[in-house]
Design a protein around this ligand. Structure first.
Ligand code: 6PG
Length: 242
């Protein structure tokens, strides 16, 4: 477990471009020491904006996108052709910009391949095996959930399964598949994204250790929170006069 390091940015656009730049830099560093980098990706607008900026920036660098393995931390259990799928949205931005081929992408199952979210979760757990994410990117929601792990959900205490099915998510679509805290917290690095006033309370609770799901995530080597000023508006601010 590592303590969160908080990175604040003036606005959402600066947050997006800075996270994308950090991601490019960190992946290039990791690829200097290992053959592949395994990323755990999430859904949501803030994450999608980062993928777009990352794709644009990465192609101007020497980052070898063929050495990335893309996994998902959570997915809406809807058909593969449904644009609400997190993986469909992310891949349209990433594979559109970078030479990423299907063998590098590990989207979670859809109803066309498995009978229900639980069976989908078992299939994904098998595909994941013991693989750990080098960087697990999470997008904070206003209620403090990350991936598809919701406040007060008994799934938060799951310490055996790496992936589980969700049948009653508070938002539509109700059926989803999610990695558990066990899988997220086995990642080398966990990066949490949050922008806007609607996330301010969840940011405060996540960082100060109240019991929202986001307060329970932590990388093995590092935990980074990337937030804009609006999302940071309930955190203490210490002015430093030199
Ligand atoms: O499936 C969902 O209900 C959303 O994907 C959700 O989990 C999302 O990650 C957060 O609401 C933050 O997303 P935004 O960046 O869009 O606010």
């Amino acid at each position: 477990m590592t303590h969160p390091r908080v990175h604040r940015y003036s606005d959402e656009q600066t947050l997006t471009s800075s996270v994308a730049a950090n991601l490019v830099k960190r992946i290039i560093e990791l690829l200097a020491t290992k053959e592949k980098v395994h990323l755990g990706l999430s859904g949501g607008d803030s994450a999608n904006q980062v993928y777009k900026a990352f794709g644009k920036l990465a192609k101007t660098t020497n980052l070898d996108a063929r050495r990335l393995e893309l996994w998902w931390t959570c997915e809406r259990y809807v058909p593969s052709s449904d644009h609400r799928r997190n993986s469909t949205q992310a891949l349209s931005l990433l594979a559109g910009a970078l030479p990423i081929v299907p063998s590098q992408t590990h989207a979670m199952p859809a109803p066309t391949s498995t009978a229900d979210p639980q069976q989908g979760a078992l299939a994904y757990a098998e595909e994941l095996g013991q693989q750990k994410f080098d960087i697990c990117l999470l997008n904070l929601a206003p209620d403090g959930h990350v991936a598809d792990l919701y406040p007060d959900d008994p799934a938060l205490s799951e310490d055996n399964a790496r992936v589980i099915g969700v049948l009653e998510a508070p938002n539509d679509p109700k059926e989803r598949i999610t990695c558990t805290l066990k899988t997220i917290n086995e990642s080398s690095e966990v990066w949490v994204l949050a922008s806007g006033y609607s996330k301010a309370e969840a940011v405060e609770e996540g960082i100060t250790g109240k019991h929202v799901p986001a307060s329970m995530v932590s990388g093995q080597d590092a935990t980074h929170w990337f937030i804009d000023q609006r999302a940071a508006s309930r955190l203490p601010y210490h002015e430093c006069k030199l």
